[in-house]
Structures are given as structure tokens and as C-alpha cells.
Write a protein that binds this ligand. Structure first.
Ligand code: NOJ
Length: 812
């Protein structure tokens, strides 16, 4: 069953059957102001932090779903009938009303045809202003003159979400609202500079045209579906110091048959003065600035996407890579992982492992943000060499302003509570940072980064900004040394609290995944060190020891064991009844380069045999059915959900990449296809979630909802899908001084094209496959000159900036 389609021309996903089974979300804004909205304009807005600076309120996991939102109500003033431009909250009968939602890149367009009026509300945030614009268009398609009232409505939140949700004895009395000069101002009186505003174009005067109090606008015993003000056709001019506040403005329009009009509502950060500046800017000259800012936003994304565009025989891969997967990966980097409808912003900061991986995926499209994230992570590293599992980057900045003190006494956490000890460390966290740094340098050529000096978390003094400082290169060494030190009785790295798999705790035993990751990080570090002519011989020895330990202790004769519990039980091996085969150890055995090809093939064959399903690869098999605290929390998760044998999306691309390293392009594509959301566009009765986004996990075959996708958008799956598909399957990957072309594709593909911008030069690459092979380059031409191919890989030297280069590669 389908609910929409991909409109690639407009770079939009069009939901033309609006009653989708669950929220289909999108992210609005690309800098400090961010809104998370669904297909019916339900959602919330925040400035910088969804936890400490929430602007509009959201009642998560509520009934009815996804309320409130940023709504535009239309009322026919002759009949009294009203509806909304987004299907909800008015929820008109879909037999009479036509609703479409177009989710674009950082905007959402809600379109409606009802009662002879065609309407549209586009929500977006200009690149450089912290103001959310609702660009409203109305057209009278009936044959009579229409008199309409148009109400814009949003409910404000207390900035601190915990207080907003839990401490009404404070929140209800510490915020006030007022209306003046056509602008509603919300004053969060307890903060020195806590203001929000809501305004619209034109002159708004009179009590009938505004409400600042939610309960006056909605009325008692009512909801957003039937607000009293809209029903009666006028507001009541409410405002108060204290209470629950909203922005509600009423404008009236008269439309002759065929006539169109435009209105703009603005919701933003700052006080009435800031609102007035934005009003002058966006509501003058026939809304020219609105249109210009919208174009700028579109160009912002076009420029990013243009860094890498592919044209392959696989329409789904083209659509996902060229538009949606990069978009999803970028959003994760921009806003971290804690603002969605699932993680509703009450827990924020940077997860060390998640952020490290996210930063690795977009250095070509967002080098500044990737670099900034790397620096934040370097400062969140301890001198012992482990990263802080979850931290706030501002802990490691000099404090310029006194921290906000809530009148409700909440003890300030001590420094030692922020900087946790090894007992709370996850062994994989900081290892991810090393390849991320290497990939950032490969992409940008910013070699000087390795010499920059940064402090360590456990030595940092927030008053002075002082602390032990070392180079980035030295930070990397400490991470590698930590993993070499923290090994268990088999010589395999300890998992500590957990490794990538949050729920596989092993009682503090040993983790194959961490040892493989250690090896992967070592290969990146050694390659970088050698390129920079540094002495890395001791790390070459370290890598050799890791390889020996992995082959000796983890190869179990059939595939790679997942680890050992603290009492020495092996997990993920043939003699286990449950949790016999795991994705992480087998994919990483290959990806890490630490094991023989023969064992790698056997490992990935086991992945195919035990873990493959038509919706992607399961994390492990068989699922755990009995709680076993030595194995970990995974045994207390229902079978087929999350880490307990669900199709966990994030590791799926590891398998695609691993298969390409073994040269099996058809197998990589089989796995890619199974997970690909695009392929499930017509299976929404099963998938339920949006088909333009990867989701954290798909319920596995052990669960009654097999095939259902859960937790969209905020997952590392997007970044890894992008990384694996472009760098391994299509095989276009930057190295320190050359662009490598090393595809591994399904043998039936005759050719494909990639346009790649790298270090400010364009590479128009055609890969031909006349011999219908999966892997191996036999010929390469750069601007009609032969380039030698070593080991069947093409290596294109860096070309001069601003040049357009033609690359033709022949596989065979
Ligand atoms: C989600 C967490 O954010 C991530 O850090 C972890 O790797 C996965 N769950 C798997 O447990």
C-alpha cells in the first residue's frame, strides 16, 4: 500500500494519502533554530537546544498523536465552517477534503483543497535568521466571493523542557505574554533574555484578532481540533503574566472568484523588537524576501548534494544517495540525535560514538561542521584515552556567562560527575574518532589539523580554559593505547560498559567488535602517520598483535565469535543456543582487515545464512529468550525488537561494505535492497514509517510486527548507508593524495556515472563494465590520459582547484 511518491525533480517526498499510519517527520532549519514537524504540521520548535531552549510545546506520544503544532485555520465567515491547511488538527473528512504534504529539504508544505478554497502553508527557516516563516497562499476556486478568517496558532513552551513537563508550580507563573504593534511577545521572566514572538504581515489590531492565552483561544473542554476562537470567528484579546501561552493571530481576507492572496506568519527567537525587525524584513515588498530566502535554502541543499551525484541503473539507490540519505546524515550531524518524536529533546548533548560516526559521513558536504564536531570530541576525551559517553560540548568551553540557575534548587553537578570514570566508559566510543579524523583529512587535505592542540576533558578548567594540551595526533595515540591496555584474558579488548551494542554488556567481558575496531582505527592511524612521515612503528606492532589475537581467539571454526563474558563464556559461537551468530563481529572481522580472506568469506556466508531477511539483516540469531544478566540487557528486550534480533539498520551497511571487500557486488546489493526504504514505498501497511528515511530498526521475524520500521531520522544508519554505498559499493573514496575508484557492483550493471567534487575540483566519472564483472578496474583515463591501475584500483591524483575533469574507468 502506498501513501506517496518521490518527486526527485523538486527533491520532495509527496504524501498524497495523508492518513499515514504513524508520524512521517521532517526537520526544518539548518542552523540554530530547528523545528521537527510531521505530515500534519504537528511538532515543535527549539533554538540551539531542545532541552534548554524549547520554543513551542509538544505533547509527545500523546493522544491524539503529534499535538500541538504550528497550525493555520481557515474559517468561512459566511457559513462558520472551518478547517486547517494541514489535515490535522481539524481532521476534515478525506472524502470531502484533499490534503497533500510535501516534505522537502528543510521545509514542509501542507496543501489543502476544501470548500472551493485551495490553500498552502509552507514552513521554513531562512538560512541566517532565527525566525520560522509560515508562507501561506490561498486561492478562491469557487464561483462566489468568499470572506475568510485566517488564524495562525502555536502553543509556547517554557524553555526548560523538564520544568515545562514536571514543575508547573514554576512554569505557570514565570512566563507572561503581551500584544502590541501586531506582535505577541512571550516573556520568560525568570531568564535574563528569554523572549519569543509571534507576528504576521499587515496591521493587526483589536481584541478579536489576537490571543496570547492558550485556554482562551481553545476554550474549556476543547482541543486544537475545535478551538473556541475559530468556531466563533474571533479571538478574545487575552494576555496575562503567568499561564499557558500561545501565539494566535487572526487576519481576514476577501477573495473574488479565482483570486489569490498571500499571508505570512512569523514565529521566532527574541523579543518584540526582534520580531519587528523580522516583520519589516519578510513582510514588506510583496514578500520578496520570503521568496528569496526560500530559494537560498534550496540552493544551500543543492550545493551540498551536488558534491556527489550518482546515476546508476538502480533508481532507488540514486534517489536515496542523491537526496534523502545525505539529507538524513546531515541532519544527524547538525542537531545530534536527541530531537525527534522518539527522543523528544529531554536528553541532549553529544553521544561520543554516535557523533564520531556521524561526523565521518559528511566531510564533503559539511566540512566545517564535521571539523567542529571532531574538535568537540577531542576535548571530550580523557587523558586515559576513553571518551565521555555523553557530554555537553560547552563543559569544555570557557564559561563567559554564569550558568542559568533555576529557582527550584537543583544541585550543580560537580566536575567529577560530568567527567565519568572508566567504570562508565564504553570501549568503542573513542575508537570511532580516529577513522573520522582520517576521513576528514582525506576529504579536505587539512593535514595541519593533526598538529592542533586541544585540552583533555579531565584536566580542563572551565574558568581559565587551561588544562593539559596535546596535539590531535597525540590524542589519537592515547585512544589506541587505551584499547591496547584494556584487554582481557584472551588478549581481546574489554567491552567495558558496552561496545557499539548498548545492550550487550558481557558483564564487563571481552568484545570482538572492539578489537576489530581497534584494528580498523590502527590502519587509519598508521596510513595517516606514514603519509605525514611520522614514526608509527610501535603502532604497526600493535596492529600485528591485534590481528594475531583476533584470528587465534575469535575464529571459532565457522565464523567470528562476538565476545566472552566476564566468566569466560563465549557469545556468538556455534555452541551457543541463543545469540549464536552476530552481525557486528562478522562484518567487522572483514571491514577491519584483521582476518584472512578465507575466514572473511565464511563469516559473511554465515551472515547471509543466519541473519538475512527480506527486510534486511538481523543483528543476531537466534534471539535471546531468557534474561541473562551476564550477557546483558539485550536478553531483557523482547525477541525481534531493538538489539535482540531485530533488523538493526545501522550495522546493515557494514555488511554491504564487507561484501565489497570480498568482491561480491551482487551480495552487497542483495543486502542493500532488503533494507532500502525506497523499495518499501508500496509496503507501508508493513513498514508504516516514512519510506524516505532509514529507521533505527525494523522488527525482526521473531516479532509479530515483522517488517515494521521504527525510529526514523535520528539514527546513524543514514550516514553508514551513504558511506558504504558511495565509498565501497560505488567505490569512490578520497585518499590523502588521490581519489580512489574501486567499485564493487552487481555484475549485470553495464555502467554508472558519478559526479564528485573533491578538494574544489570536479571529477565526472564514468565506470564502464563491458565484461560484466563485480570488481576490478583494468583501465583508467583521466582527461584522455592513461592512469596506471595498481591492484585493479584506479587512483586519480589530486587535480587543480576549479578544474572539471573527465574520468573513464573500465572494469574487467
Ligand atoms: C542507539 C545508540 O544511540 C547507539 O549509540 C548504539 O550504538 C545503538 N543504539 C546500538 O545499541
Amino acid at each position: 500500500m502506498k501513501y506517496g511518491y518521490f518527486d526527485n525533480e523538486s527533491r520532495e517526498y509527496v504524501i498524497d494519502r495523508i492518513d499515514v499510519p504513524v508520524s512521517w517527520t521532517n526537520y526544518i532549519g539548518v542552523k540554530d533554530l530547528c523545528g521537527v514537524f510531521n505530515h500534519t504540521a504537528g511538532g515543535y520548535l527549539f533554538y540551539k537546544s531542545p532541552e534548554y531552549h524549547r520554543i513551542t510545546r509538544f505533547r509527545p506520544n500523546g493522544v491524539p498523536m503529534d499535538r500541538p503544532g504550528h497550525y493555520v485555520y481557515i474559517r468561512d465567515d459566511e457559513t462558520g465552517e472551518y478547517w486547517t491547511l494541514s489535515w490535522q488538527p481539524a481532521g476534515k473528512d478525506l472524502k470531502e477534503a484533499k490534503y497533500v504534504c510535501r516534505h522537502g529539504l528543510s521545509y514542509a508544505k501542507y496543501q489543502c483543497e476544501y470548500s472551493g478554497i485551495t490553500g498552502e502553508q509552507t514552513i521554513f527557516i531562512p538560512l541566517d535568521d532565527p525566525a520560522e516563516i509560515w508562507n501561506v497562499k490561498l486561492k478562491n476556486d469557487s464561483n462566489k466571493k468568499r470572506k475568510l478568517s485566517v488564524f495562525g496558532y502555536a502553543e509556547f513552551s517554557f524553555h526548560h523542557i523538564t520544568v515545562d513537563n514536571q514543575n508547573f508550580q514554576m512554569s505557570l507563573y514565570c512566563a507572561g505574554s503581551s500584544f502590541k504593534d501586531s506582535i505577541i511577545e512571550i516573556d520568560l521572566f525568570y531568564e535574563q533574555k528569554g523572549f519569543q514572538y509571534f507576528t504576521a504581515d499587515g496591521n493587526i489590531e483589536g481584541n478579536e484578532n489576537f490571543d496570547c492565552l492558550r485556554d482562551s483561544f481553545l476554550g474549556s473542554y476543547r482541543t486544537e481540533s475545535n478551538p473556541l476562537a475559530v468556531e466563533q470567528g474571533f479571538c478574545s484579546g487575552s494576555f496575562e503574566l503567568g499561564g499557558n501561552h500561545c501565539g494566535a493571530l487572526r487576519k481576514t481576507v476577501e477573495l473574488a472568484p479565482g483570486e489569490e492572496t498571500r499571508l505570512v506568519f512569523l514565529l521566532g527567537e527574541g523579543d518584540r523588537q526582534a520580531g519587528s525587525v523580522m516583520r519589516n524584513k519578510y513582510c514588506s515588498k510583496n514578500f520578496e524576501q520570503v521568496d528569496e530566502s526560500f530559494e537560498q535554502l534550496k540552493n544551500f541543499w543543492k550545493e551540498k548534494l551536488d558534491k556527489l551525484q550518482i546515476k546508476t541503473p538502480h533508481e532507488g539507490m540514486n534517489t536515496m544517495i542523491n537526496i534523502w540519505t545525505l539529507y538524513q546524515a546531515e541532519i544527524n550531524v547538525m542537531f545530534s540525535r536527541f530531537a525527534s518524536f522518539i527522543e523528544v529533546g529531554g536528553r541532549t548533548g553529544l553521544g561520543y560514538r554516535d557523533t564520531s560516526q556521524d561526523a565521518m559521513m559528511v566531510p564533503h558536504s559539511n566540512p566545517q561542521k564535521s571539523r567542529a564536531r571532531l574538535v568537540e570530541l577531542l576535548k571530550g576525551l580523557t587523558t586515559d584515552g576513553y571518551g565521555l559517553h555523553l557530554f555537553s560540548p560547552d563543559w569544555f568551553e570557557v564559561q563567559t556567562e554564569p550558568p542559568f540557575k533555576s529557582p527550584t534548587v537543583v544541585p550543580t553537578p560537580s566536575r567529577s560527575q560530568m567527567v565519568h570514570g572508566i567504570e562508565d566508559a564504553c570501549a568503542d566510543d573513542a575508537l570511532w574518532l580516529i577513522p573520522s579524523i582520517a576521513e576528514y583529512i582525506r576529504e579536505t587535505g587539512d593535514f595541519g589539523f593533526t598538529d592542533e592542540m586541544y585540552t583533555y576533558a579531565d584536566t580542563f578548567d572551565p574558568k581559565t580554559g587551561e588544562g593539559k594540551k596535546e596535539s590531535v595526533f597525540d590524542h589519537m595515540k592515547r585512544i589506541l593505547d587505551f584499547s591496547a591496555r584494556e584487554t582481557g584474558p584472551h588478549g581481546i579488548c574489554k567491552g567495558l560498559r558496552a561496545d557499539w551494542n548498548d545492550c550487550l554488556n558481557l558483564g564487563g567481558g571481552e568484545s570482538a567488535m572492539v578489537s576489530f575496531l581497534h584494528h580498523w582505527a590502527l590502519t587509519h592511524f598508521i596510513a595517516l602517520g606514514k603519509y605525514l612521515k611520522r614514526d608509527v612503528s610501535s603502532y604497526e606492532n600493535m596492529a600485528s598483535n591485534v590481528r594475531k589475537a583476533c584470528e587465534k581467539e575469535l575464529w571459532n571454526g565457522s565464523w567470528f565469535t562476538r565476545g566472552f563474558t566476564v566468566s569466560g563464556r563465549s557469545i556468538g559461537s556455534p555452541d551457543c543456543k541463543e545469540g549464536k551468530v552476530f552481525m557486528e563481529s562478522n562484518t567487522w572481522a572483514v571491514l577491519s582487515g584483521a582476518v584472512s580472506r578465507e575466514h572473511g568469506i565464511a563469516a559473511m556466508d554465515a551472515v547471509d545464512k543466519y541473519l538475512y531477511t527480506s527486510y534486511g539483516l538481523k543483528l543476531c540469531d537466534p534471539a535471546f529468550s531468557q534474561p541473562d544478566d551476564e550477557v546483558g540487557f539485550v536478553t531483557r528486550v523482547y525477541k525481534g525488537l531493538k538489539e535482540n534480533a531485530a533488523i538493526f539498520s545501522h550495522p546493515n551497511p557494514w555488511a554491504w561494505a564487507a561484501e565489497t571487500m570480498l568482491g561480491r557486488g551482487d551480495r552487497a546489493m542483495k543486502f542493500f535492497d532488503a533494507l532500502c526504504p525506497y523499495n518499501q514505498n508500496d509496503k507501508i501497511e508493513v513498514r508504516r514509517a516514512e519510506p524516505y528515511m532509514y529507521c533505527q530498526f525494523i522488527s525482526g521475524p521473531d516479532h509479530s510486527a515483522f517488517g515494521r520500521a521504527n525510529h526514523p531520522f535520528m539514527t546513524g544508519s543514514a550516514g553508514w548507508s551513504y558511506f558504504a554505498a558511495t565509498r565501497f559499493m560505488l567505490g569512490i573514496r578520497p585518499d590523502f593524495d588521490s581519489l580512489i575508484i574501486d567499485p564493487c557492483i552487481p555484475p549485470e550493471w553495464p555502467s554508472f556515472n558519478v559526479r564528485r567534487v573533491w578538494r574544489d575540483a570536479v571529477y565526472n566519472i564514468t565506470v564502464k563494465n563491458p565484461n560484466r564483472v563485480s570488481k576490478g578496474v583494468i583501465e583508467c583515463m583521466l582527461n584522455n590520459q592513461n592512469v596506471s591501475c595498481n591492484n585493479n584500483i584506479a587512483q586519480i591524483p589530486v587535480q587543480a582547484e576549479k578544474t572539471e575533469n573527465l574520468v573513464v574507468v573500465v572494469m574487467g
